[in-house]
Design a binder for this molecule. Sequence first.
Ligand SMILES: C[S@@+](CC[C@H](N)C(=O)[O-])C[C@H]1O[C@@H](n2cnc3c(N)ncnc32)[C@H](O)[C@@H]1O
Length: 348
Amino acid sequence: MSVVQAAAKVYNTFHAPVAQLDQSIWLRTRGSGVRVSPGAPFFAVSFSQFLRLSFFCSDRMSAETALASLIEDLEQDRSLEEPRLLRQRIEALDDLDAFLSCAPVGQPIATTLLHRAKAIYSRLEFVNLSLYKSIRRNIQRGAGRASLLEWMPDGNDASKLANSRGYDYLDELISGVLQFEEPSAEVVQLESEMIAYQPTPARHIFDFIRRTALTEGDFPIDLGSGLGHVTLMASICTRANCTGIELEPSYVDCARKSAQPLNLNTVRFIQGDARTADLSHGTVFYLYTPFNGSILREVLNSLRQEAVKREIRICTFGPCTRVVAEEQWLTAIEPLETDGIAIFRSYY
Ligand SMILES: C[S@@+](CC[C@H](N)C(=O)[O-])C[C@H]1O[C@@H](n2cnc3c(N)ncnc32)[C@H](O)[C@@H]1O
């Protein structure tokens, strides 16, 4: 069995229980939190992270020898202190994490190596924290657009990324910049057709922002906005007036707490049910499959009524795309993306 096959096996085995979860769990890795829900369409940990993890854990290689060689490489590679090299730093941190958490039984890692690993870990984390802090400062003084858009993958990268699953270094960046609080463990019981919280991966949010080209005349509304990733990023990166509507009060509270210290005044979060919410000002509606079945039907009917009054765009992510694509009053404005963000325009 190749290392890749072995990693795929570990990955699938580890994730199999996710499909069988009967309640959401909150996973946290260095600054980024994600709630993994029953039947979650995306996984919390990237495949490459698992690949490295299983490689390091394979008994073909002594953990200590491999760690020593990794440490030497990282100690010599001062380029990792370059703020722009976030992806490489995150990969290095993932590698160190993998070692520090998975040394094979009976192969204790020498204390000096552990100290050196921890020193590199702190140094790289410090660079990341400084980067997040400087972007936050720019946002606070109203100059955040350029410093966040700098991280937007370009068109070619975006299409490559749009077809890959899971979270990556951009999610770390967004968590570090937006500094979400962990919501309370007590969450309202969702109805059977409602989908539990999971954030849109950041690269797809960038893709949404790039392809919708929102202007100050736009009023994007995220229906089922969770902690507010999409709404907050759209508000920082564009001049549009952004709204998030979310059923769960503790998520709304967290989203407001993220927006407030950033001095964002074109964003608001409303606690409520998308079925009864006021949609009359929206021009662009975003749905990361917040519900399905009859609830999705009811909300699509409301959106259709809005579309009779003015042209609207509907952006979807996840399984609801297939349902929305069937609507006769909508047309996909680009070849339909089923793995990434799909954008539809109403016509009457
Ligand atoms: C898959 S998450 C998407 C979160 C966010 N839009 C994003 O992309 O990062 C779906 C969210 O919809 C919310 N939700 C489910 N049913 C809802 C409803 N009827 N009205 C408002 N929010 C709802 C859930 O609480 C959850 O936070």
